[in-house]
Design a protein around this ligand. Structure first.
Ligand code: 5GP
Length: 116
């Protein structure tokens, strides 16, 4: 069994977070250390440590992450100008929290692909 991270506590609302969306499959909240004017994390409620651990049964949650990203971008007013979705995997990908999460970043020109 994978070890829980702080994100499981956020999903269960055991620690404070600025939750912007939650349903049966996913939760979205603002990043504690925003790297852009809009920086949110969209995560599956189920603990999946890395993208390498995604299984066919997880496809509904993975799809929901994208539809929620689209909805949040619209609500945030960044859909038309554009934004970036990022998922980091393991050490070389720069993953710090081992509960998969999609970064939604926008609100300013983000420049070339890598965040640096
Ligand atoms: P990673 O580097 O794993 O792709 O990104 C992890 C992200 O989670 C970072 O952007 C970091 O700021 C954010 N983060 C880590 N701990 C917390 C927390 O307790 N609350 C919130 N809202 N964001 C967190």
């Amino acid at each position: 069994m994978a070890e829980e991270t702080i994100f499981s506590k956020i999903i269960r609302r055991e620690i404070p977070a600025d939750i912007v969306y939650q349903d049966d499959l996913v939760t979205a909240f603002r990043d504690i250390n925003p790297r852009a004017p809009s920086h949110m994390l969209i995560i599956p409620n189920k603990l999946i440590p890395t993208v390498n651990d995604i299984e066919a049964d997880d496809e509904a949650a993975m799809g929901r992450m994208f539809t929620v990203a689209r909805k949040l971008a619209e609500e945030e007013g960044i859909a038309e100008n554009g934004y970036r979705l990022i998922m980091n995997c393991n050490n070389h990908g720069g993953q710090e929290v081992y509960h998969i999460h999609m970064h939604l970043l926008g609100g300013r020109p983000l420049g070339p692909l890598l965040l640096g």
